[in-house]
Design a protein around this ligand. Structure first.
Ligand SMILES: [Zn+2]
Length: 213
């Protein structure tokens, strides 16, 4: 993975997305009002000192945790695509994933490993984690998140193949006692050359070798 193009790519990349760092104040106010009702419904006193600002904090947190709706993942990739004849597997592994399960709106989190085999175009390596984040920062299920990432890379880069593996823990299962602590759900999605046993086995070997937790 000592690709000499890597540094060049990092330098040449243009910023393909804007991170949300300001909030929609009308949306925050409306959501905060609903959160106040939830707090009351739970039997708590929303006027209690520690809770007075909680509805607004929760509303802002939810806006941030779902800011992927405002991002265009394909555009993130297109902002840093380069013609290149390199045709070996490119892997970005151990990408941190933080998402919200759409059934309980509780976090699931873990790691994504993404690979593709270029077919005339490569993409700035830092864009892959941004694509993962753009889909993760929505209400999701792990299965669809995996396929969303795969499809975006497939349709935008048109590579010879794409592989996505996500390993995640789900608080909705761990905290509710449905799942043993530390058990991990693994999902995967492949296209093209990764449907061949040999290529897929090489990918799986590379993402599990020398794992540094
Ligand atoms: Zn859930």
């Amino acid at each position: 993975m000592n690709d000499p193009n890597r540094d060049m790519l990092e330098e040449n990349e243009m910023n393909g997305y804007a991170k949300i760092d300001r909030y929609d104040p009308v949306g925050v106010a409306r959501m905060a009002e609903q959160v106040r009702r939830v707090i009351t419904e739970l039997g708590e006193d929303p006027e209690r000192e520690g809770l007075v600002k909680t509805p607004e904090r929760v509303a802002k947190a939810l806006q941030f945790l779902t800011h992927g709706y405002g991002l265009d993942p394909a555009q993130i990739l297109r902002s840093a695509m380069f013609r290149e004849e390199y045709q070996q597997m490119v892997i970005v592994r151990d990408i941190e994933v933080y998402s919200l399960c759409e059934h309980h709106m509780l976090p699931f989190f873990g790691k994504a490993h993404v690979a593709y085999i270029p077919n005339g175009h490569i993409v700035g390596l830092s864009k892959i984690p941004r694509v993962v984040d753009a889909y993760a920062r929505r209400l999701q299920v792990q299965e669809r998140l995996t396929v969303d990432i795969r499809n975006c890379i497939e349709e935008t880069l048109k590579p010879l193949g794409v592989a996505v593996v996500i390993e995640a823990q789900h608080l909705c299962m761990i905290m509710r006692g449905i799942q043993k602590q530390h058990s991990i759900a693994t999902t995967s999605a492949f296209t093209g050359e990764f449907n061949s046993d040999k290529t897929r086995a090489e990918f799986m070997r590379l993402i599990t070798s020398g794992s540094h937790g």
